[in-house]
Ligand binder design. Structure first.
Ligand SMILES: O=C([O-])CC(=O)C(=O)O
Ligand SMILES: [Mg+2]
Length: 597
């Protein structure tokens, strides 16, 4: 009798005694991928050999191997592999280690004249050799995150059709109604656990980029692998290309998407619905991350699907959690409790309102009454302060409309409301001008200012401005990174309040527990965990988020907290392992070459 470790489950397979040779055993087991044999009687060696042979059979041979990014090792194939895989002579004689290859990659990147060229180089590496790409990214995350992610990914999306080399992910258009299942089946990998989907209508703070927004799901998923160790073959980027209202793209001959105005209304909803249902069919249980949808659709889609399928909206819930974590960490510096803070959001879209709702729940958890908690969160939109008398408010905004005269100027709103924290989620660069920042400095010893709009060029103020206009008393974070700068004789490094601290860990926790749904409670524990992981020396230096170099550890802790919630709240579909942490660790992928022979 064999006990076979088949994917995540232990399976016991009874093998008739007559199957003594590898071939008949292999036929008997059929499609079962024999990863390892834990216990067995007389067939151990046979089965091991069979497993090795099967693995070797899967690997492309000859030139096809060098062109397959899942298997390619570039100059790192061993002498044995060169013979066994038919590539002797097709690669240079010298065998390099992955460390040597990484040095070459870094040299190439650093030689590029600008960040967009670095992006193109890195994406091309992802197309050639995934192991090396993820290893370089993981080991140089502080240097490379701003390239594969915000801000450069924003620039890449703006140029997507012009720098296009190879397709990545799945594009679904209105013409695909009725056949989305078959499109998903075209994807080469079958065990998909995480899907990031966008319709490209609100790419970062850059607006409608149509199908060129595909850079975002691709970038987010690269970070799932680098930051949380979710194997890339289990991830799938998707763009619902429903057209674009961006005239410049429509008239650009190199635009890659469907040339039509955006699909709206029932037809749009039907397309999204077919997609969501097709995912349940083809990749059951996969986590769907909605990303960079415009406000008009983001709230509605989340509402519709959050209790039906495993999904979340990163811009609402991920950003909310990172904002809450930033506030908790700031409170470690200022003292006091969350429920006593007054928070002014400038911008009342999905990011701000999502954060407002999560902060309200967190205040209630600290003992505030719901009305009290809500009254501590204020919002401004393009028309000014959100107040009761306004009759132009959506229900989501109305939930935060308080009694106050309408004020259009943020500096005046600060003077009047005396917020302890000012949070920019407006996509309006420069809206936190000297007057606003000085007003914050007048009413607070340590004003908390987050400029969360992305990419960097959309930030409400720069890190330097925040320091200069508050006599250096600010506690600052931004959604996209700012370079360290000199201020009064010291180097200031500010934290990045970006949902990248949240979504990889949440995703890992959800897929390891097989959670049926993603709940607000999961984002709440993710925020708390993140805030706790900020080191005293980070805080001392003004950093309210952990260094990015610790992101794998951060993601693991968040995954553990999220999985705990899934088990506690009866949402898990995978049996609880005895040692949850060890189990999660065992699932984490570390990019390194496998020996093929
Ligand atoms: O992608 C980022 O950097 C954060 C985010 O979700 C957004 O700005 O839409
Ligand atoms: Mg986003």
């Amino acid at each position: 009798m064999y006990r076979v470790d088949y994917e995540r489950e232990d399976m016991v397979i009874r093998v008739p005694r007559r199957l003594v040779d590898a071939e008949s055993l292999s036929r008997f087991l059929g499609d079962v991928t024999l990863r390892s044999l834990l216990e067995s009687t007389e067939h151990v060696e046979t089965a091991r050999r069979m497993e090795r042979q099967r693995r070797l059979d899967q690997i492309p041979k000859g030139i096809a191997l060098l062109r397959n990014p899942d298997y390619n090792k570039g100059t790192a194939f061993t002498e044995e592999e060169k013979d066994a895989l038919g590539i002797r002579g097709l690669v240079p004689p010298r065998v390099h280690t992955i460390q040597e290859q990484m040095a070459r990659v870094l040299e190439n990147i650093r030689r590029k004249p600008n960040d967009l060229e670095k992006y193109i180089f890195l994406i091309s590496l992802q197309d050639r050799n995934k192991t090396l790409f993820y290893r370089v990214l993981l080991e140089n995350i502080e240097e490379l995150m701003p390239i594969v992610y915000t801000p450069t990914v924003g620039e890449a999306c703006q140029e997507y059709g012009h720098i296009f080399r190879r397709p990545r992910g799945i594009f679904i258009t209105p013409d695909d109604r009725g056949r989305i299942v078959s499109l998903l089946r075209n994807w080469p990998h079958k065990d998909i656990r995480i899907i990031v989907v966008t319709d490209g209508e609100r790419i970062l703070g850059l607006g409608d980029l149509g199908a060129d927004g595909m850079g975002i799901p691709v970038g987010k998923l690269a970070l799932y692998t680098a930051c949380a160790g979710i194997h890339h073959s289990r991830t799938l980027p998707v763009t619902l290309d429903v057209g674009t209202d961006n005239e410049a793209l429509l008239s650009d001959p190199l635009y890659i998407g469907v040339r039509r105005p955006r699909l709206r209304g029932e037809e749009y909803d039907a397309l999204v619905d077919e997609f969501v249902m097709a995912v349940q069919h083809v990749f059951p249980g996969a986590l769907i991350q909605f990303e960079d949808f415009a406000n008009r659709n983001a709230f509605r889609l989340l509402q519709r699907y959050r209790h039906r399928v495993c999904c979340f909206n990163d811009d609402m819930q991920g950003t909310a959690a990172v904002t809450l974590a930033g506030l908790y960490a700031a409170l470690r510096l200022t003292g006091g409790s969350l429920k006593d803070q007054t928070i002014l959001f400038v911008g009342a879209g999905e990011a701000g309102l999502g954060a407002g709702e999560l902060i309200v729940s967190a205040m209630i958890a600290e003992g505030a009454l719901p009305e009290e908690a809500r009254s501590r969160c204020w919002f401004m939109d393009s028309k000014g302060l959100i107040v009761r008398d306004r009759d132009d408010l959506s229900p989501h905004k109305r939930a935060f409309a308080h009694a106050h005269p309408l004020v259009a100027d943020p500096a005046e709103a600060v003077a009047s409301l005396r917020p302890t924290a000012l949070i920019g989620v407006s996509g309006q660069p420069g809206v936190f001008d000297a007057r606003v920042l000085k007003a914050m400095a007048r009413v607070n010893d340590r004003p908390v200012v987050f400029a969360l709009s992305n990419p960097t060029a959309k930030a409400e103020c720069t890190a330097r401005e925040a320091y200069e206009h508050t006599d250096g008393r600010v506690i600052f974070a931004s959604g996209s990174p700012f370079e360290p700068f000199e201020y009064r004789g010291r180097t200031v490094r500010t934290g990045q309040g970006n949902n990248v601290y949240i979504f990889p860990g949440v995703g890992l926790g959800v897929i390891t527990s097989g959670a049926r749904q993603v709940t607000d409670e999961m984002f709440f524990v993710a925020a708390k965990t993140l805030a706790q992981m900020v080191l005293p020396e980070d805080l001392e230096a003004g950093m309210i988020f952990p260094r990015l170099s610790r992101i794998r550890d951060v993601s693991l802790r968040i995954a553990l907290a999220v999985a705990h919630v899934a088990y506690r709240d009866g949402l898990a579909t995978v049996p609880r392992p005895e040692d949850l942490e060890a189990h999660i660790r065992s699932l984490v992928y570390y990019p390194d070459y496998e020996n093929y022979v």
